[in-house]
Structures are given as structure tokens and as C-alpha cells.
Design a protein around this ligand. Structure first.
Ligand code: ANZ
Ligand code: ZN
Length: 828
């Protein structure tokens, strides 16, 4: 018999597919309904890796599936090709970042060719092409016109080793994510996008995605925006005209306030301590110095021992008139709320720890034990942690007895009436810092003129192209290398013609990926970023597939940009990705793969050893797509065996196409049609592994039918073989195509429509069960052959004739032989 040779099969079909170009979406007159299936585009840091192999296998299952369901499917590919690794390679090895990047793209492309996802290559894009990034610049100008792009000086996370600004998420436990150096703060004037204007919509619109995005990602998005609701409360300060406002989520605990804490690095703290005694001022200065070196993450940690200094000042409790000492402590942040808190040690853990450390009073105002029947009375002296839960108010004057929620409402209302407070909202989200002092990115299209200030580059002068890297010192030093490109940076002001300088920062690469899904729709256009009509036709993306590492920022920025484009009238939707699938990671021996650990499995090696189909099947069959896959636990060789078994069926089937399937073996036909009926729901709910298991079953029963059943010539066997080939296209396109050709059809099987199940073959066939009472037949039941004995007995006992035959007699014995016989014996 012929051998299943994946390499020969790949070689045979690649050129045919090139010729046929079955995944083109060029035809504007195509009437089929549309689906947009998108994989997160790769960063070209080297060849593709196993993580890519998994993500693209899963994305391709979805794309191929919908095409076979009769949809016109757009499944594009491109490269996220700006970014630091190219620049670091350039610095380390003296290569040109451009050459490095595009060389890697070529390598990834050739791996993709063999892996053969169903891409429409005519829409390929690279974000580092001027044809792409000119539209980043255009977008920047649109945001600038709307006041959504602005510059400000502010303290930023600074890596002293990489000499660059870091986003918050690049700071891990106070250290640089890349090099591990201790991160410090530094003041720089930089560009921001005003994403905070969209904070509410970024939370509220998640509603639209509630059923189609992973819950984990929805809550990560929600938490990142960090909307909190509560009240602002004003506290009068002794010896000061202006009151201090604090933000609290727990106005119900107002009677439990026993001191006040302000952020040491707020202006308020310095102001308050000004008139204090010299010792206090000195202690404060030292404490401030220490605080400046700390990251927000450290400062907010509940694990940390509390520290702080007394400022020598007192606030006045708005309801009781009590004197409240004011402290400065690093657990209060200067840039959240008002940089000051009303401390309620009985009900807030950090306040509790602080009160314990500095022997400040603790007053319980919410009884959190009301629901417990035998709880010991609460006593501040014996508390070991704050009482954070729900409960009923105590020690709170007129509010005693109210539940927390009710008390929040009542106390907030009363504060508002007396002019001492108001409902308030706060967000953790900060504006998006997009400036990078690096070379390999999109130049910011602004010119700084001594006379005119900030002047946007006129749209018809875009793109502002990057100057060549040659001759520039790319090493990070806190200012962009572009600033040293004299010919490039010195220009005439577009407004007054006077001497001016280009802005030399480049954009965060998250800008590139915040809208690329729209660029695919008009990938070659020189006139527009994307065609509005095309966006109406294709967007938003129906299915987005990618790693959970992008669950926060990339998705947040793409969601933000979509809303901006919506407000500017360019798109008619507000969420870019209707459904999201996050695949797990590919591990090795339970660990993340990495060169340094020495457990790296190279994609190219696996591809050469097993071929594209076996890898795809292995990755899809390993488990639910969201779960991690341990490459040590899976068997690409097993997948190859399955594929060979499927493939051999097509060889063994001898008959010609166009058979009347209805003449075939009914048992096998039932199996085929049950598969046709079940697989779509499995695939649509991402149960790819189950769908493959079902396909494996079908292959097995078909093999049995050939070897031991009705034989290879039976029409049902041929129907099964065709069904296997069509379904296999979703998971293993080469094998499927080869089978399809052996069955006598023309390529491409990818364009063959999924067959509809015949409903008459789905109805479970029934058999007649006989019910005997004391040896006489008293009933006949129509039951499915797979009926469980207990169910059959239940039906038998419920039959009216049978009940009459039994009468009042006591049942002594019941014998059940499902599905044929139930025999009941009674006492005489
Ligand atoms: C009194 C109180 C009592 C509080 C209680 C909590 C529990 P979220 O949910 O994160 O918005 N807070 C306010 N401004 C702060 C700042 N700049 N730095 C650190 N903490 C600050 O948290 C709001 C709560 O965090 C506020 O409610 C305040 O403490 C504190 F039983 O006020 B609360
Ligand atoms: Zn000017």
C-alpha cells in the first residue's frame, strides 16, 4: 500500500494553492455573507515559534470553518514590525534595524507558507512601512485636532539602564521588565492620548461583549480602568482657610474616621507641614525623599510595614467636631483621588495597620457580625484585621441601624445638603503615554517652531519618514536618536517658514496595533487609512484570536481607538472585536519555553519532523484552546497516525464520485450524519478537541466498515470518506486536499461547502421491547437501542396494560435485558 508522506503531500499542493489562490477576498461583487477572522499579528523577532503555531492553527480552524459554511471570509496577515528588539539587535550587533526586521519577516513568511493558514496574502501589511505608518501620523493629527493628543511634563517611570521611559506594565515589582534594573522617576515632556476621556465607555461597552469575550479578559479590562464610585468629603483644617477634600468609597464609615493621611509627595503635605516645628519638618523631608524612590505598586501593597510622619496639624470631623491628627504616609498616592484619605482603621486594612503601628484610635462603626448568631461582641482592642465586610451601622448617631448601602446613600445625601461633600467617581486609568525616545517607530508629526509653537505637519506632507539609521547613535540616552539627525530634524516651519525642529520622539508601537485591523480592509490605499465603505462591509472583526498577554493594553487601546474613530465618523461601531478567543501557552515540561532554560522547542524543527497538518492537529487536539499545552505531554506522532488512517480511507474507496449515497449502509450513514450535525456546534463553541475526537471516531467506524462491514464499495463508505475529507480541511488542509483528489475531485477542498445532515438519519432508530408479566406478553414498547436498563424498566412499569396485569400483586422479581425484554414476576 502507498505510504502517507506528509512532505510529498505538502509539496504537491502548495503550488496548486498558489495558482488557485482560494482565500482571496478581492471580488467586491461576492454576495455571500461576510466574516472577518483575525489572528493577532506577529512581531518579527525571529522565526515563528510554537506559540504562533498554536494561535494560527486555532484561528485557521475558525476561518476555514466559516468559509465551508458558505461565508466570504477575510483572514489577513501582517507584521507588527516596529519596536525595541530590532533596535536592540542593531545596538548589540551593528545590524540595520530595517534589515534585521525585514529579514525576520521573510523567515516567518516562509514558515507560514508551509504551515498554510488560509490567509489572503494580497492584504499583507508591515507597520514599519511608510505606507502604513503615515496613517499612524494621520490618526495622531486627528486626535490632536480633537484635543485628544497633548503634551505635558510629568514624572515617568525611567529605566536608568535602558535609558528609556517605561509604561506602568513594563515595571515589574519596581524593576524594569526587560533588564531588571531598579526603576526610578523622572520628569519629561511627552505626548499623551487622552484615553481617560473614554474611561466610562471603556467600562460600559464591555456589556456588549459579555457573552463573547472570556470573563477573565472582561474583568481585566474593567480593573484596568478601575472605576470606583463614592463621595468627596470636605474636612476643615485648624489654622487654614481652605478645607481638604478626600475621596472615599465608604462614606458610611464617616463616624469611624480617627485621623487623616495625605500623600507625602503631594503639594498639600508640603503646605501643611510648612508651619510645623523644625523636627517635624526635617522628619517630613527625609520621609519624602524616601518615598520618591518607591513605586506605586510597593506603596499600595498591604503586605508592607506601614511608615509615616505626623505633620503637626489637625483636621476637624465634619459631624462630631473631633480633632483628627494629620499624617503623611506613602500608602496614600498623590495622583489618585485628592491625594488624601479620611482614615477609618476599623474598616480599612491599610488604615488599620497604620493605626496599629502608630497607636492611633480605632472606632468600629459597622457591625459586620449581624448575620452570625453566636458572634462575640466586636471590640476594637482585640481586632486583628479590619472589618471590611457588609453590615449594620453602629456608633454613628442618627445613622445607627442602617445597612451599609443605605447608609452610603443617606450620608452622601446629607453631606451634599450641608455643602460638605458630593457623590464622586475615580478611575485608576491614566492617559496613554505614547512618546518613546527611540529610533525604530513612527515619527510624531509635529514641528516645534520658536514663533508658532507646536505646528502639526500638514496632512499632504505625510508621511514624515524615518531618516536612515546609518550614522545615528541608537543607544538609549534619554533623548531620541532622531534629534541628532540634523538634516531631518531641522526644517522650515510649515506656518511661518522660520527655523523649526521636528519632534524627535516616536510613537508607542501600541499605536500601530490599535487600528491595524482596519488597514487590512484597504491595505494598499494611498488615499485613505481605510475605506469607510469597506469598514461597513467587513468590520468589526467577527472573531479575534490571540494570546492572553494582550488581554489588557492592546485590547484597551484598540477599543479606545475604535471609539475615537466612531466619534470622528469613520466607523459605525464602537467595539472592534466582536468575539475573542485567547489561546493558552505552549509549555515544555510544565515551564515556559526559553532559550536560557534550554527547553525551547523550535517550530521549524517540529514542522520538518511532522509536517504542518500533524502539528495543527496536535495543537488543536491537546485540550480546550484556553488551556496551556505541555509539549512534553502531546503526541504529534499520534496525530500523524490518525491522519494516515484518514488518508488511507480515501485510497481504499474505489468507486467514482456521484454515487447515490442513499443506497449505502444505514448504520454508517447515521454516524456520518450525526457527525455533520454535531461538529458545527462544537467548532463554534471552540471545542476543537472534541470535534477532532468525533472525527477520529468517524475514521475508525469507516475503517471497520471497509474491513469488516459492507466493504469499500458501499456508497456509505464513500460518503463517509468525502465527509472526512471535507471536515479535515478545517484542521489538516493538506491531508484533506490529497484525500479529496484521491476521491476524484478538483481542488480546493477548502471551498467545498459543509454538507447538511439529513434529518431522517438523525432520528434515533427504535426497537421493540417486549414486557412479560409472569411469562405472558403484556406490553410492547418502542425504545431507542441505547436505552438504559433502569429507563426501560421504568417505562415497562408505567405501561397501562402491564399495570393491569400486575394488579394488586406484589412484584417479586424483575429481569431487564435492554433493549429487548423486561420480565416481571409477581407473588401469586
Ligand atoms: C475611607 C474608607 C473606609 C475607605 C473604608 C475604604 C474603606 P478605590 O476603590 O481604589 O477607589 N483612597 C482614596 N484616595 C487614595 C489615595 N490617593 N491613595 C490611597 N488610597 C486612597 O479606593 C478608594 C479608597 O481608597 C477610599 O475609600 C480611600 O479609603 C482610599 F472602610 O475612605 B476609603
Ligand atoms: Zn512658525
Amino acid at each position: 500500500a502507498e505510504k502517507y508522506d506528509f512532505a510529498a503531500i505538502q509539496e504537491a499542493w502548495l503550488p496548486v494553492w498558489d495558482e488557485l489562490n482560494p482565500f482571496s477576498t478581492d471580488d467586491a461583487t461576492d454576495e455571500r455573507p461576510r466574516k472577518y477572522v483575525l489572528d493577532m499579528f506577529p512581531y518579527p523577532s525571529g522565526d515563528l515559534h510554537m506559540g504562533h503555531a498554536e494561535a494560527f492553527a486555532l484561528g485557521d480552524i475558525v476561518a476555514r470553518y466559516w468559509r465551508q459554511r458558505g461565508y466570504n471570509v477575510l483572514h489577513p496577515i501582517g507584521w507588527d514590525s516596529f519596536g525595541l528588539p530590532a533596535e536592540n539587535a542593531a545596538i548589540k550587533r551593528g545590524v540595520d534595524p530595517r534589515a534585521w526586521t525585514y529579514g525576520n519577516i521573510e523567515q516567518q513568511k516562509s514558515s507560514f507558507r508551509i504551515y498554510a493558514p488560509s490567509f489572503d496574502w494580497s492584504r499583507e501589511l508591515h507597520t514599519s512601512d511608510p505606507e502604513y505608518y503615515r496613517w499612524n501620523q494621520w490618526l495622531f493629527l486627528k486626535l490632536y485636532e480633537k484635543g485628544l493628543a497633548y503634551r505635558k511634563a510629568s514624572p515617568v517611570n525611567w529605566c536608568p539602564n535602558d535609558q528609556t521611559v517605561l509604561a506602568n506594565e513594563q515595571v515589574v515589582d519596581g524593576h524594569c521588565e526587560r533588564c531588571g534594573a531598579l526603576v526610578t522617576k523622572r520628569k519629561l515632556t511627552q505626548w499623551y492620548f487622552r484615553i481617560t476621556d473614554y474611561a466610562d465607555r471603556l467600562v460600559d461597552d464591555l456589556e456588549q461583549l459579555a457573552d463573547t469575550w472570556p470573563h477573565k479578559v472582561l474583568s481585566m479590562q474593567r480593573n484596568w480602568v478601575g472605576r470606583s464610585t463614592g463621595a468627596d468629603v470636605e474636612f476643615h483644617i485648624e489654622g487654614r482657610d481652605d478645607p481638604v477634600t478626600v475621596y472615599t468609597t465608604r462614606p458610611d464609615t464617616l463616624y469611624g474616621v480617627t485621623f487623616m493621611v495625605v500623600a507625602p509627595d503631594s503639594e498639600l503635605a508640603s503646605e501643611l507641614v510648612e508651619g510645623a516645628e523644625p523636627e517635624l519638618r526635617e522628619a517630613f523631608d527625609a520621609y519624602l525623599e524616601k518615598t520618591r524612590g518607591e513605586t506605586d505598586i510597593d506603596r499600595l501593597s498591604t503586605e508592607r510595614e506601614k511608615s509615616g510622619v505626623f505633620l503637626g496639624r489637625y483636621a476637624v470631623h465634619p459631624l462630631t467636631g473631633e480633632r483628627l491628627p494629620i499624617w503623611a504616609a506613602d500608602y496614600v498616592l498623590a495622583d489618585y483621588g485628592h491625594g488624601a484619605v479620611m482614615a477609618v482603621p476599623a474598616h480599612d486594612q491599610r488604615d488599620f495597620d497604620f493605626a496599629k503601628a502608630f497607636e492611633l484610635p480605632i472606632r468600629i462603626v459597622v457591625d459586620t457580625t449581624v448575620e452570625e448568631t453566636d458572634a462575640a461582641p466586636l471590640r476594637a482592642e482585640t481586632m486583628t484585621e479590619a472589618l471590611a465586610g457588609d453590615g449594620v451601622l453602629v456608633n454613628s448617631g442618627p445613622y445607627d441601624g442602617l445597612r451599609k448601602a443605605e447608609a452610603i446613600e443617606k450620608i452622601t445625601a446629607s453631606l451634599r445638603e450641608s455643602g460638605l461633600g458630593a457623590p464622586a467617581k475615580n478611575y485608576r486609568l491614566r492617559d496613554w503615554l505614547i512618546s518613546r525616545q527611540r529610533y525604530w517607530g513612527t515619527p510624531i508629526p509635529i514641528i516645534h517652531c520658536e514663533q508658532c509653537g507646536e505646528v502639526p505637519v500638514p496632512e499632504d506632507q505625510l508621511p514624515v519618514t524615518l531618516p536612515p539609521a546609518e550614522g545615528l547613535d541608537l543607544r538609549p540616552k534619554g533623548a531620541s536618536p532622531l534629534g541628532a539627525a540634523d538634516d531631518w530634524v531641522n526644517v522650515a516651519c510649515p506656518t511661518c517658514g522660520g527655523p523649526a525642529r521636528r519632534d524627535s520622539d516616536t510613537m508607542d508601537t501600541f499605536v500601530d496595533s490599535s487600528w491595524y485591523f482596519l488597514r487590512y480592509l484597504s491595505a494598499t490605499s494611498d488615499d485613505v487609512a481605510f475605506d469607510v465603505e469597506e469598514a461597513k462591509r467587513w468590520a468589526p472583526v467577527d472573531q479575534y484570536v490571540g494570546g492572553v498577554e494582550h488581554a489588557i493594553l492592546h485590547l484597551l487601546y484598540a477599543r479606545f481607538m475604535t471609539k475615537v474613530l466612531h466619534d470622528l465618523g469613520y466607523v459605525d461601531f464602537v467595539e472592534p472585536f466582536t468575539a475573542l478567543l485567547n489561546q493558552g501557552m505552549v509549555l515544555m515540561d510544565g515551564q515556559k519555553m526559553s532559550k536560557s532554560v534550554g527547553n525551547l522547542v523550535e517550530f521549524a524543527g517540529e514542522l520538518a519532523a511532522y509536517g504542518a497538518d500533524a502539528l495543527r492537529v496536535t495543537l488543536a487536539f491537546a485540550g480546550p484552546p484556553e488551556d496551556d499545552i505541555d509539549w512534553a505531554d502531546v503526541s504529534p506522532a499520534g496525530s500523524s497516525k490518525f491522519l494516515a488512517r484518514a488518508w488511507r480511507i480515501a485510497h481504499d474507496v474505489s468507486s467514482e464520485p456521484d454515487l447515490e449515497f442513499s443506497d449505502g449502509d444505514v448504520q454508517l450513514r447515521r454516524q456520518v450524519h450525526r457527525f455533520l450535525d454535531d461538529a458545527p456546534a462544537l467548532i463554534e463553541s471552540y471545542k476543537f478537541n472534541v470535534a477532532i475526537a468525533r472525527l477520529m471516531e468517524l475514521v475508525n467506524v469507516t475503517r471497520k466498515a471497509i474491513d469488516a462491514g459492507p466493504g469499500a464499495g458501499d456508497p456509505a463508505v464513500r460518503e463517509a470518506a468525502e465527509t472526512i475529507a471535507i471536515a479535515l480541511n478545517v484542521f489538516a488542509p493538506y491531508t484533506a486536499e490529497d484525500m479529496w483528489s484521491h476521491l476524484g475531485y478538483e481542488p480546493a477542498v477548502a471551498n467545498v461547502t459543509w454538507r447538511e445532515a439529513d434529518p431522517t438519519l438523525l432520528v434515533e432508530e427504535e426497537v421493540t421491547a417486549v414486557v412479560q408479566v409472569n411469562g405472558k406478553v403484556r406490553g410492547r414498547l418502542q425504545v431507542p437501542p441505547s436505552i438504559a436498563p433502569e429507563e426501560l424498566e421504568r417505562l415497562a412499569r408505567a405501561d397501562a396494560n402491564v399495570q393491569r396485569a400486575i394488579g394488586d400483586a406484589e412484584i417479586r422479581n424483575v429481569i431487564v435485558r435492554a433493549p429487548k425484554i423486561v420480565s416481571i414476576a409477581t407473588a401469586k
